[in-house]
Design a protein around this ligand. Structure first.
Ligand SMILES: Cc1cc2nc3c(=O)[nH]c(=O)nc-3n(C[C@H](O)[C@H](O)[C@H](O)COP(=O)(O)OP(=O)(O)OC[C@H]3O[C@@H](n4cnc5c(N)ncnc54)[C@H](O)[C@@H]3O)c2cc1C
Length: 518
């Protein structure tokens, strides 16, 4: 159980179970109590105070990513001024470790009395939409015995994250069974694994590997980071200069938070803009930052990616910790390909053997689309990959549902809050309009637009997205029918969305599009 887990009082449910009537109804059902779901619950409470809602969470505590991941050193890779909510100031250093993030989320739950709305240990298995009733029927497996729990809801708000929490992605290398040491994936890291004095090899060089390496190097005999190809990093002090200047001025914390967030967003947007417009100059600056720690030879060998910056997530290194560890000799980088596992370690294509007691496979996620829930719409299984996304949050042919997929180049939460505002505005609009359902549909002129994969691999090519692309909805050729990954634009576009635009089809009751827009 998490240190901050909050028990949910459920007297009403118990009473209903005794009566043999075990289906509960809520206006809104949120799936997931990670940072998106908790934020969603807060915004619903504040912006739609008359709506009933419940949050169903598969795990035994809140936090999502920050509860399920327990690998050494686990921390954010973006700053908490933007990864935190806009309504709750972050007053610590920009990069935070998981317990600090869980504490922050726990405070949001406590300060806003959200605990009674969250049901832990509820894994949603199916969501069935009926256009006759304009309702979702949701079935979850509840508790340790997995007993079925049934709910109905007017609106489904999917805050289930994007990866399968139970197991990470590990390629199937030959000889793994012959290895005499321990192989562990950061997503299911055995917290009692003792690595003191052990030789550790971490496979991968993304943010997770860059987090684990310096953390494990403090106790391990040695840590080797084995990568196929180099990654971009930004080493920087774990302090925000701007925040440090504003802090002593005695300003309201929320005001300082807002100003620092804006500054971070402007800086991040500048990096993104340059990654497209002047990738070479930006790339050289990033490499120079690394070179200042480890020198030109290491940079040429292990830190010069072949892609332009931001085609994959760039990891921040607080206080340059991984590079400091390389300089100190407790961590070393190897750039090579795995031939096979052998009893004593890993045989590389170059013929070298990396001896290891522990191999950490920081090789990524398995994408979980819609929380691995079976969706059925009016008797027909939902083929999610056949839908077209409306701004990366709603989908053609899927009524009364919003899905949170955050940013890849900015903090996830910036987008989850934009979506929260949109969902709340939409729910209030439906009430005013007397509508029971809303669905997005292509306009006549959009029917012939070219469709493509969810994210253009030229734009962003993370492995889990490429592996899962076929399960994701399609995008059109206009920002409206895409997840643009562009916070700068969406922060203005989302609040300005005209809810009476013809893409929104409202209905009072009955079959789809029963009452088209006037
Ligand atoms: C190590 C690590 C570091 C990261 N650092 C950053 C960072 O610094 N900045 C950033 O922007 N992003 C970061 N990310 C990405 C991160 O996952 C997201 O930003 C964010 O935490 C996602 O929040 P979420 O609430 O949307 O999803 P999650 O944190 O994934 O939470 C989703 C919750 O939904 C629950 N759930 C899923 N399916 C079901 C179901 N069927 N029934 C019931 N419950 C279900 C899950 O159990 C989970 O608790 C990081 C990811 C990892 C793994």
């Amino acid at each position: 159980m998490d240190d901050l887990a909050i028990e949910t009082p459920r007297p009403a449910a118990a009473a209903r179970a005794e009566r043999g009537d075990d289906t509960e109804h809520f206006d809104v059902l949120i799936v997931g109590a990670g940072i998106s779901g908790i934020g969603g619950a807060y915004h619903l409470k504040v912006q739609c105070p008359n709506r009933s809602y419940v949050v169903l969470e598969a795990q035994d505590a809140f936090g999502g990513t920050w509860h399920s991941h327990r690998f050494p050193g686990i921390r954010s890779d973006s700053d908490l001024y933007t990864f935190g909510y806009r309504f709750k100031p972050w007053v610590g250093p920009p990069i935070a470790v998981a317990p600090e993030i869980r504490r922050y989320l726990g405070e949001v739950i406590a300060e806003n009395d959200l605990a009674p709305r969250i049901r832990y240990g509820h894994k949603v298995r199916s969501a069935v939409w009926s256009s006759r009733d304009n309702r979702w029927t949701i079935t979850a497996e509840a508790g340790l015995d997995g007993r079925p729990a049934r709910f109905t809801a007017g609106f489904l708000w999917m805050c289930q994250g994007y990866f399968r929490h139970e197991e990470g992605y590990t390629p199937d290398w030959p000889g793994m069974d012959s290895f005499e040491g321990v192989i562990a994936h950061p997503e299911n890291w055995p917290e009692d694994l003792d690595y003191a004095g052990k030789r550790v090899v971490i496979i991968g060089s993304g943010a997770t590997a860059a987090t684990m390496a310096p953390a494990m190097a403090k106790d391990a005999a040695h840590v080797t980071v084995l990568q196929r190809s180099p990654t971009y990093y930004i080493p920087q002090p774990n302090a925000n200069e701007f925040f440090e200047q504003l802090k002593p001025l005695g300003l309201d914390e929320l005001l300082v938070h807002d100003i620092v967030r804006r500054k971070v967003v402007v800086d991040m947007d500048e990096i993104t803009r340059r990654s497209f417009e002047e990738p070479e100059a930006l790339g050289q600056e990033l490499l120079a930052g690394v070179e200042a720690y480890v020198g030109p030879e290491q940079v040429a060998k292990h830190f010069t990616p072949t892609y332009r910056p931001w085609r994959q997530r760039i990891a921040l290194l607080p206080d340059g910790d991984m590079l400091e560890a390389i300089r100190a000799g407790t961590v070393s980088m190897v750039t090579d390909h795995i031939d096979r596992f052998v009893p004593e370690g890993i045989l590389l294509k170059s013929g070298e053997i990396l001896e290891a007691d522990i191999v950490a496979t920081a090789t990524g996620f398995n994408l979980s689309v819609l929380g691995d829930i079976d969706f059925v719409i009016d008797g027909k299984p939902l083929a999610f990959h056949e839908t077209v996304t409306y701004r990366g949050m709603m989908f053609t042919g899927v009524p009364n549902m919003a899905w949170v997929f955050g940013y890849l180049r900015n903090s996830w939460t910036l987008r989850s809050e934009l979506i929260a505002d949109f969902v709340c505005r939409m729910l209030n609009h439906m009430t005013e309009r007397g509508a029971k359902r809303v669905e997005v549909a292509l306009r006549d002129q959009d029917h012939n637009m070219p469709l493509g994969p969810w994210i253009d691999p030229e734009n962003f090519n993370a492995g889990y997205l490429l592996r899962g692309q076929g399960k994701l909805p399609q995008r059109g050729d206009k920002p409206e029918w895409q997840h643009t990954q562009d916070y700068w634009r969406e922060k203005d576009d989302f609040p300005a969305i005209d809810l009476e635009d013809e893409v929104f089809r409202y209905g009072v009751r009955g079959r789809p599009h029963a009452t088209p827009n006037p």
